[in-house]
Design a protein around this ligand. Structure first.
Ligand code: GLA
Length: 381
């Protein structure tokens, strides 16, 4: 890329500042002052689809920082110290928007309207059949060709003293084949206890299906050169949903006992992965009995001394060991992202629920207010 002379950079910067000033009023500038105090800063991060993209930095009292972009409501980094006080990011992400426009496999993004798979891209509500793009073999995956992860969301940083940003998106009736105008909001909050709280809410004007989650890839060592197969994992799930060869649940709820899917007692991820064709990419049926916020996962890494606990109101979690990462994507620092360089814990409803009447429903009706919450809590010893 050609380098711009300094004065052009200055002009572009001046235009940006002017356009910000033009589009703000006194009330907004007060909010901007408060943003800094509240532990949220906002920086321009480029444009796409004719819309401005921003990068928000949430900073807590301990100096831990989480960066969020309104492109895909994406977590781009979560920088915290390891046991030797050395800071590094525990999630995969890029330093610039271009990394995301190159369509990485959902790094840190919010996926929807229906995260995970819908068999053959078809489902019915009452007697009406809806057809989605089949973007994953014969099935629909993560909301379609241009799901929530590739949309520019509206963003409102907190106006009180929390390190928080709220993102919202209107998914129009018929977008990606889904019925109903769906208004969806995601609020990220970083607490002083190093918890990243994610609250989702949504409402619709026509019956629709909904399964929103965050698709962060974790590597607690903070270095993709270390595989996550040495992390130790506990999942509080006595059952999982077995899948066919296209990763669609067979409908069975199967006991994990005596199988490589038994993580009820903590074990190394790599311990039995060899016996799971393709690696783990499965939905676990959580033991929690209701929709209260409960602890479901504990992930530990001895290299960094970091522990990640996951709490959710959702009934399932997709445990995915980065099986399709194949060394063709590089971090912003130029490191190759190989298979098992990171893993996902996508709290969710079960895959293909719209076609499985026995699974908890993902139907959202007009007049209903959807709400779910997931908390990732990081600690170090
Ligand atoms: C999810 C799916 C995986 C894969 C990744 C993205 O976790 O379950 O099969 O598609 O997203 O690559």
């Amino acid at each position: 890329m050609k380098k711009l002379p300094l004065f052009s950079v200055a002009i572009i910067f001046a235009i940006f500042i002017t356009s910000c000033n033009n589009s703000t009023n006194n009330q907004t500038s007060t909010t901007e002052k408060m943003e800094t105090k509240a532990g949220v800063t906002k920086a321009a991060w480029g444009t796409t689809d004719g819309k401005e993209v921003f990068l928000f930095t949430l900073t807590n009292a301990k100096g831990v920082q989480v960066k969020i972009s309104n492109y895909g409501a994406t977590i781009t980094s979560w920088v915290s110290p390891d046991k030797n006080n050395k800071p590094s990011s525990i999630v995969l992400g890029f330093d610039s928007l271009s990394g995301y426009l190159a369509k990485p496999p959902y790094f840190g993004a919010v996926v929807g309207r229906y995260g995970n798979r819908i068999a053959k891209g078809k489902f019915k509500i009452d007697k009406t059949e809806y057809t989605l793009a089949t973007n994953n073999g014969p099935n629909a995956l993560h909301g379609g060709l241009k799901g929530f992860d590739k949309q520019v969301w509206d963003a409102t940083p907190a106006s009180d003293s929390t390190a928080s940003v709220e993102l919202s998106y209107l998914s129009k009736d018929g977008e990606e084949g889904y019925p109903g105008n769906l208004k969806v909001t995601v609020r990220y909050t970083l607490t002083d206890d190093n918890e990243l709280k994610i609250e989702y809410s949504a409402s619709t004007d026509k019956a629709t299906v909904l399964n929103v989650t965050n698709h962060s890839y974790f590597n607690l060592t903070g270095d993709v050169n270390n595989s996550i197969l040495d992390h130790t994992l506990m999942i509080d799930a006595d059952n999982y949903t077995p899948v066919d060869t296209t990763l669609i649940p067979t409908g069975e709820i199967k006991s994990v006992k005596g199988t490589p899917f038994d993580f009820t007692k903590a074990k190394k991820i790599g311990q039995e992965i060899g016996a799971v064709s393709g690696g783990y990419d499965h939905n676990f049926v959580l033991n929690k009995k209701d929709s209260s916020l409960s602890k479901i996962v504990e992930l530990k890494d001895s290299i960094s001394g970091r522990t990640l606990e996951v709490f959710t109101t959702q009934p399932g979690v997709q445990f995915y060991t980065g099986n399709f990462l194949d060394g063709t994507i590089f971090t912003s620092a130029g490191k190759k992202i190989n298979q098992h360089a990171a893993m996902c814990l996508e709290t969710q409803h079960f895959p293909d629920s719209p076609n499985e009447p026995k699974f908890p429903t993902t139907l959202l009706l007009p007049g209903q207010q959807f709400h779910s919450e997931t908390v990732y809590k990081l600690s170090v010893k």
